[in-house]
Design a protein around this ligand. Structure first.
Ligand SMILES: [Ca+2]
Ligand SMILES: [Ca+2]
Length: 351
């Protein structure tokens, strides 16, 4: 009994290790009978999947040794008999696995499976917003004052400050029971699949997620810490558009490269990271680049509408306001003079 529990624990641990990268884990059934494994080969197993050998008749084993599986993989050997009618194995390493039945290997009772990374990937993005950026990190005043909404804010009633089609309009159902600690604001990430930036238009979008922005610029899942992921794969090149409700949207200039199912990209280190270069972003501190503040009505430009239809209608108020370009709750002259006026005429370069 104790041994069964420890094996079960190991399986649970291995399974949990791979949940972030395989949301659609599969259980593969291999029938064991005299004298074959059926199917004898499984070419499309993913990390996090389970192989289950099931006894049909006879007295057999499923067995392997170290040279016959990828380096670092755990070996196994189990009887498959009427008394032990099944055995499960969860591969934790990619590569080709060969196994056999000890008494019947000479009769050709062998099998194999090939394990690869699951479809989908995690994306670890870093961006700064001009408004709440203090030279090193972003402030969390809205969160500290209890003003951040629990529902994602990108599906407001229309028109939104006079605009019937905000650039980020999105009716996703993201919601939290309570805000995680240290959140600057919500952001919307839109993923596009295209060979280059110029062709990464809205038509190439394949996923959108409302997520949380942290003071250090990291974009995290709704629990406030996990790296966001999607369950589909990129076939050409990954582009990420980042929207904030009153900053000018940005996109990366060149495809983001991934490794091991994770795509990392830090926008903040150079204007060359942004599609449109220096015209698509703003230098917030020496060598630190981010998103331009003050597109209050979400029409992709910092223009007079942001002063007339947004700022002027809310100046003097506090709350979760489109006119609070500094993203700290107050709508006042600082928002107009420090954030709107210097940015007047700037526009999004997202294709
Ligand atoms: Ca605008
Ligand atoms: Ca403000």
């Amino acid at each position: 009994m104790r041994k069964n529990i420890s094996v079960l624990s190991l399986i649970v641990i291995l399974f949990c290790m791979h949940i972030p990268t395989n949301l659609n884990a599969t259980k593969w059934i291999v029938n064991v009978q005299s004298f074959s494994f059926t199917p004898s080969s499984l070419p499309n197993v993913h990390l996090g999947d389970t192989i289950r050998w099931v006894w049909i008749n006879g007295s057999h084993t499923t067995t392997t040794t170290a040279p016959n599986i990828p380096p670092g993989a755990t070996i196994w050997s189990s009887p498959i008999t009427s008394a032990v009618p099944s055995f499960e194995y969860i591969p934790a390493v990619t590569g080709t696995y060969n196994y056999w039945c000890i008494p019947h290997q000479g009769m050709g009772m062998v099998g194999s499976f090939v394990v690869s990374l699951p479809p989908g990937f995690a994306f670890n993005l870093k961006i700064f917003l001009e408004g709440p950026f203090d030279g090193a990190a972003m402030g969390t005043s809205l969160s500290g004052k209890g003003l951040l909404p629990l529902d994602q804010p990108f599906g407001p009633a229309l028109p939104y400050y006079g605009n019937n089609s905000p650039s980020w309009y999105y009716t996703g159902t993201e919601v939290v029971d309570a805000l995680p600690a240290d959140v600057v604001d919500w952001v919307l990430v839109e993923l596009r699949d295209a060979p280059n930036g110029a062709s990464a238009t809205g038509a190439t979008m394949f996923a959108r997620k409302a997520l949380f922005l942290k003071p250090d610029g990291s974009i995290v899942d709704l629990n406030g810490s996990s790296t966001p992921s999607v369950n589909v794969s990129v076939t050409q090149g990954l582009f990420a558009v980042i929207y904030h409700r009153n900053h000018v949207a940005v996109m990366n200039a060149n495809p983001i490269t991934g490794s091991g199912g994770v795509y990392n990209f830090d926008f903040t280190t150079s204007s060359a990271n942004f599609y449109g270069g220096t015209t698509g972003c703003k230098e917030l501190a020496p060598g630190v680049w981010g998103m331009i503040a003050s597109d209050g009505n979400a029409d992709n430009q910092v223009n007079d509408f942001d002063k007339i239809d947004v700022w002027a209608t809310e100046a003097g108020l506090s709350g979760y306001l489109g006119s609070d370009f500094s993203v700290e709750s107050e709508s006042n002259n600082v928002d107009k003079n420090t954030y709107w006026l210097p940015n007047l005429g700037k526009s999004s370069k997202v294709p």
